[in-house]
Design a protein around this ligand. Structure first.
Ligand code: C2E
Ligand code: CA
Ligand code: CA
Ligand code: CA
Length: 266
C-alpha cells in the first residue's frame, strides 16, 4: 500500500499484509530506476561553528520517480539494502559525489561527505571501490569523508578496524554517523580508527540536549575527534553547539539539502 507522506513525499507501508508483493514491486522499480538513471544527489552544507564558513557538503540521495516525484531515502534505502541494490547504488553515489566535489574545488577546497551503508562497507572490494572513485574523478583523498553508522562496524569489529585503517591509508577521513543512537561501547569507540563524530539530531533536539551533546563533545575531545552537531533547527540549538564546543554544525536553520546549483558560494 502506498500513502502520501510528509511533504507529499511517497512512503510505502510495508506492514499491510501484502508486504512481500509491495517490497518485490519496489525492488523491481529500484532496479529499473538504477538502469534508467533516476537517482540524484542533493547536498547539505556543513558549517564551521566558530567562523560560520561552509567547510563542506553531505551528499543525500533522492529518487526522481517518473510519476511520484522525489522520493526520500528513508523510503527506499532499507529496501535497497535488503535487495543488495545498495552496493551498485552506493558506488554510483560515491562517484557522483566525488565528481561534484571536484567542481567545487575552484575557489576553496571543501569536503564531501558520503553515507555508506553497512552492506556496502562489508564488501570485500569496498576499499578498491573508494580508490577507484578517487582515481576516476581526481578528487584529492583529503577532501572525502565517509559517514558510517555504528551498525556498520558492530557486526565484525576486528574486520571493521582493519578496513578503516586501509581506508584512512588512502588519505580519506571517516565519520561515525548518528552517534549516540547505536549500541557501540566506549571501548569500541576507543579502538575505532576514525576522525569525527556526528551527533544525532535526536540528541541535539532533546530536552536534555545540554547534557547529551556535552557528553558527546567530551568523548570526542578525549579521543581527539572532530565533532559535528546535526539537526540544528533553532537559534538555541546553534548557540548550544557553539557553547559546548562543537566544531561543525548542520541543520535546516543553516541550510537545507538542495541540488548542487543551489548551494551557497564558499
Ligand atoms: P543521515 O545521514 O543522518 O542524514 C541526515 C538527514 O537529516 C537527512 O535526511 C537530512 O535531510 C536531514 N536533516 C538535515 N538537517 C535537518 C534538520 O535540521 N532537521 C531535520 N529534521 N532533518 C534534517 P534524508 O536526506 O532524508 O536522509 C535520511 C537518511 O538516509 C540519511 O540520514 C542516511 O542515513 C540515508 N541516506 C541518504 N543518502 C544516502 C546515501 O547516498 N547512501 C546511504 N547508504 N544512505 C543514505
Ligand atoms: Ca550522514
Ligand atoms: Ca546522521
Ligand atoms: Ca540516519
Amino acid at each position: 500500500a502506498k500513502q502520501a507522506g510528509r511533504n507529499g513525499v511517497q512512503t510505502f507501508d510495508l506492514a499491510m499484509g501484502s508486504e512481500t508483493a509491495a517490497q518485490l514491486a519496489l525492488e523491481r522499480d529500484l532496479r529499473a530506476a538504477l538502469t534508467r538513471g533516476e537517482f540524484l544527489l542533493h547536498y547539505q552544507p556543513v558549517f564551521d561553528v566558530s567562523s560560520g564558513l561552509v567547510t563542506g557538503f553531505e551528499a543525500l540521495i533522492r529518487w526522481a520517480h517518473p510519476t511520484q516525484g522525489l522520493i526520500s531515502p528513508g523510503t527506499f534505502i532499507p529496501v535497497a539494502e535488503e535487495a543488495a541494490l545498495i552496493v551498485p547504488l552506493g558506488t554510483w553515489v560515491l562517484h557522483e559525489a566525488c565528481r561534484q566535489a571536484t567542481l567545487w574545488q575552484v575557489s576553496r577546497a571543501v569536503t564531501m561527505s558520503v553515507n555508506v551503508s553497512a552492506l556496502q562497507f562489508e564488501q570485500p572490494d569496498f576499499v578498491k571501490t573508494v580508490r577507484e572513485a578517487l582515481r576516476s574523478t581526481g578528487l584529492p583523498p583529503g577532501q572525502l569523508i565517509l559517514e558510517l553508522t555504528e551498525s556498520a562496524v558492530l557486526r565484525d569489529p576486528d574486520a571493521a578496524v582493519a578496513q578503516l585503517r586501509d581506508l584512512r591509508a588512502l588519505g580519506i577521513r571517516i565519520a561515525l554517523d548518528d552517534f549516540g543512537t547505536g549500541h557501540s561501547s566506549l571501548s569500541l569507540l576507543r579502538r575505532l580508527p576514525i576522525d569525527a563524530l556526528k551527533i544525532d539530531r535526536s540528541f541535539v533536539q532533546d530536552a536534555a540536549a545540554e547534557v547529551m551533546v556535552g557528553v558527546a563533545v567530551t568523548l570526542a575531545r578525549a579521543f581527539s575527534l572532530h565533532v559535528v552537531a546535526e539537526g540544528i533547527e533553532t537559534e538555541g540549538q546553534r548557540a548550544l553547539a557553539q557553547a559546548l564546543g562543537c566544531d561543525g554544525m548542520q541543520g535546516y536553520l543553516l541550510a537545507r539539502p538542495a541540488p548542487a546549483d543551489e548551494m551557497p558560494p564558499c
